[in-house]
Ligand binder design. Structure first.
Ligand code: FNR
Length: 396
């Protein structure tokens, strides 16, 4: 029985060859940051209010003029085609059914026009690589295809060192090791799907269909070789091409939150890339309050990294985040059961969220606030969370 995200994670591990599972499940170096994301969320408790009329609970929110049925969306993830052929399309469809946005990655394997045809709300995530023309054609096409917002990811000046991927020989051109070849034989269903569909290509690197970008550009994208000369002033370059909302994803420093507001960005996503970049980075939930202090009055602040339960989402909203982006859980769902699995993951999160709101005595997201939060147990590994409020010290 697959009741929660961890169940789906275990099922995904069973269904995928090891190098694919570790590509989605892994993080940078010692994976401290990924663990800290969880520790920070687990350190927070939610305080319920009782004897309130919760006969009707409305979990919807409005973001940039659009209604989201729940206060979360699907984070951009590259190489979704490795899990299932047309993986991007499957996730976009699941998001459309759930009434929430899907963010398509620059490193996606399905043409953005085809994804747009799935209906629903689509956003485009932008990596700016050495060849700026790649980003320019992506933005142009996204505008023509009706994408609603642009998400510029800025926490990848170089790729985080993901040691599981290195050990598994996961890079382009793909040269599987002997253990990997044996492992492939143990996952015939996955292998048969890949054989039928062919190795996924980065389908959005070129304007015209079929031209997926040179092998060098494909390999550079997989190695996440981005344009390191990109600076805040370049937001103006994007603004000239795109008049919809522009969000910057991957910020953790309050000064950067202020810079974003100063440079006319429409929203920020507080994120450590799910622990996949700077392993020494703070948990996103630890960074969030300072980011809200710095820029929360000027722009909506979103967050991702480590959210696995509807109650986790509620914790971020109670802090003041506008909404939460969810990454790996959707990949576990899709790896386990295709589009149905992705939809089921979204259903589980939605039900958990609705139940949590009701248990808190809240009939809508607007009623959540810091009054719902308290530190549950200080963690040893996170100095920012080590001072419990006076009331807790007195009780212990
Ligand atoms: C990512 N992420 C990511 N982010 C981005 O801006 N562009 C991308 O192409 C990718 N690719 C990608 C691949 C995989 C396999 C993962 C797991 C993640 C990061 C993603 O958008 C998000 O920040 C994290 O996944 C959030 O953390 P959780 O929810 O996975 O813990």
């Amino acid at each position: 029985m697959l009741l929660n995200i961890e169940d789906y994670r275990r099922e995904a591990r069973r269904r995928l060859p090891r190098f694919v599972f570790e590509y989605i499940d892994g993080a940078a170096e010692d994976e401290h940051c990924m663990r800290r994301n969880r520790e920070a969320l687990d350190s927070l408790a939610l305080l319920p209010r009782c004897l309130r009329d919760t006969t009707t609970v409305d979990p919807a929110i409005d973001v940039f003029g659009h209604t989201w049925k729940r206060p979360f969306a699907i984070a951009p993830t590259g190489f979704n085609g490795l899990l299932r052929p047309q993986g991007d399309l499957l996730l976009a469809r699941a998001a459309a059914v759930a009434g929430i946005p899907f963010v398509l990655s620059t490193a996606s394997n399905t043409r953005l026009e085809e994804v747009a045809a799935a209906g629903g709300m689509q956003w485009l995530q932008l990596y700016v690589m050495g060849e700026r023309s790649i980003a320019e054609q992506l933005v142009r096409r996204a505008r023509n295809a009706g994408y609603q917002a642009l998400v510029l990811t800025v926490d990848v000046p170089v790729s985080g060192y993901r040691e599981r991927d290195v050990r598994n020989g996961f890079r382009l051109p793909f040269r599987p090791t002997l253990p990997t070849l044996l492992d492939l034989c143990l996952h015939p269903a996955w292998l048969a799907r890949l054989a039928r569909a062919g190795m996924p290509q980065f389908a959005n690197l070129a304007e015209s269909e079929g031209a997926g970008g040179s092998p060098q550009v494909q390999a550079a994208l997989l190695a996440r070789a981005m344009d390191r000369s990109l600076v805040w002033e370049n937001i103006a370059w994007l603004r000239r091409m795109w008049d919809g909302p522009i969000l910057v994803k991957g910020l953790l420093h309050p000064d950067d939150a202020r810079k974003a507001a100063l440079h006319g960005v429409d929203g920020i996503i507080v994120s450590n890339h799910g622990g996949r970049q700077l392993d020494a980075a703070p948990a996103a939930m630890v960074a969030l309050p300072r980011m809200l202090d710095a820029a929360g009055q000027q722009l909506p602040v979103f967050v991702d990294s480590g959210f696995r339960r509807g109650s986790d989402v509620v914790k971020a909203l109670a802090c003041g985040a506008k909404a939460v982006f969810i990454g790996r859980p959707l990949l576990y769902g899709m790896a386990a059961r295709g589009e149905n699995g992705a939809s089921d993951v979204l259903r589980i999160l939605a039900e958990e969220l609705d139940r949590t709101l009701t248990l808190l005595g809240a009939t809508g997201i607007g009623e959540l606030g810091p009054h719902n939060l308290m530190l549950h147990a200080p963690t040893l590994s996170d100095p920012l969370l080590q001072t419990p409020p006076r009331a807790m010290r007195a009780a212990s």
